[in-house]
Design a protein around this ligand. Structure first.
Ligand SMILES: *Cc1c(COP(=O)(O)O)cnc(C)c1O
Length: 306
């Protein structure tokens, strides 16, 4: 919410671009879903969001480089920002095509728009440099949450100095709150960030996540189940589909009933996956190799039953 206000204040423009299936919190401008077809202006996806506000949000397809380029050409000098989950995690896990992120950076720079990476989920989870470090793309503003709070409620955003200097009292963009800079959350977050900065932390996390994904994939293949999985750092996706989806539409085409059966059978066996075919999973530092092996074994037994 604040990052978008800042982007609008900095550029003096109203229009924002988001991608279908990405979630950026419960701010009014962001609770918008696309109508049919490409380049559609959004309709509110929650009661209480004025249509007048939603019409400033352009909803495009994730990983559609051409759609993004077309939108910038159609709305030249109107777009304040592009906001994106650099690895999407709120529609299952969707990996970005490198050219999609690169086009975003190129178009924002060319047209004076602000590129916002929403790293609330990916931040300090996919690597020590978050997704921007992993893919080598520097956004203008980044937002963080989740991991940086160390289990306490915390959100943060930061970016280029000339943009951040637009915030009051230096600049005209207002941002404040009674609990802003909450010392307890910041203390918990700092301890967490120090702990995960230990050498080898991310290598170990990625190795465990890979082992889970590889184990599940091998078990499904052995049992002839239409299933695949992938991971980025400590994030993973499981799909009842032949290949990992690259867009919201492809996620929607995966076998949701097969996922629901798998989810409940795993839960009955004592393994709690994310309870939706449209959420990413996370491996935690607390998961042991034995936990991963037991998860794969349980999935194998379920796949064996068809
Ligand atoms: C969880 C999430 C948010 C929202 O964070 P809250 O702290 O729940 O408001 C925003 N963006 C992404 C990518 C998220 O995963």
């Amino acid at each position: 919410m604040s990052a978008i206000r800042l982007a609008r204040g900095f550029t003096g423009r109203d229009m924002i671009i988001k991608f279908e299936g990405c979630y950026h919190g419960h701010g009014d401008s962001l609770l918008v879903k696309a109508g049919s077809g490409l380049l559609t202006f959004g309709n509110p996806s929650s009661a209480g969001v004025p249509a007048d506000l939603a019409r400033h949000t352009l909803v495009l397809d994730y990983n559609d480089e051409q759609g993004l380029r077309d939108a910038f050409i159609k709305h030249v000098k109107e777009i304040a920002c592009v906001i994106v989950e650099p690895v999407a995690g709120n529609m299952n896990l969707i990996a970005p095509k490198p050219e999609f992120l690169a086009a975003m950076r190129e178009m924002c720079t060319l047209h004076g728009a602000v590129l916002i990476f929403d790293e609330v989920m990916t931040g300090f989870r996919v690597g020590p440099g978050s997704a921007q470090g992993l893919y080598g793309i520097t956004p203008d503003i980044s937002t963080f949450g989740k991991v940086i709070g160390g289990g306490m409620p915390l959100g943060a955003f930061g970016g280029r100095r000339e943009i951040m200097e637009q915030i009051a009292p230096l600049g005209p963009v207002y941002q404040a709150g009674t609990l802003s800079g909450n010392p307890l959350s910041v203390a918990a977050g700092l301890v967490t960030l120090k702990k995960i900065a230990a050498p080898g932390f991310y290598e170990a996390l990625a190795a465990k996540t890979n082992a889970l994904v590889d184990g599940l994939t091998a078990a499904a293949k052995k049992r002839g189940v239409n299933f695949c999985a992938q991971s980025v750092g400590g994030m993973f996706g499981v799909y009842f589909a032949a290949t990992p989806p690259t867009s919201y539409a492809e996620v929607m085409a995966s076998d949701k009933d097969a996922f629901n059966r798998f989810f409940h059978a795993m839960l009955d066996a004592g393994f709690y996956f994310a309870p939706s075919a449209y959420e990413a999973g996370f491996v935690s530092a607390a998961h042991s190799d034995a936990d991963i092996a037991a998860t794969v074994a349980a999935a194998d037994a379920i796949f064996a039953q068809g």
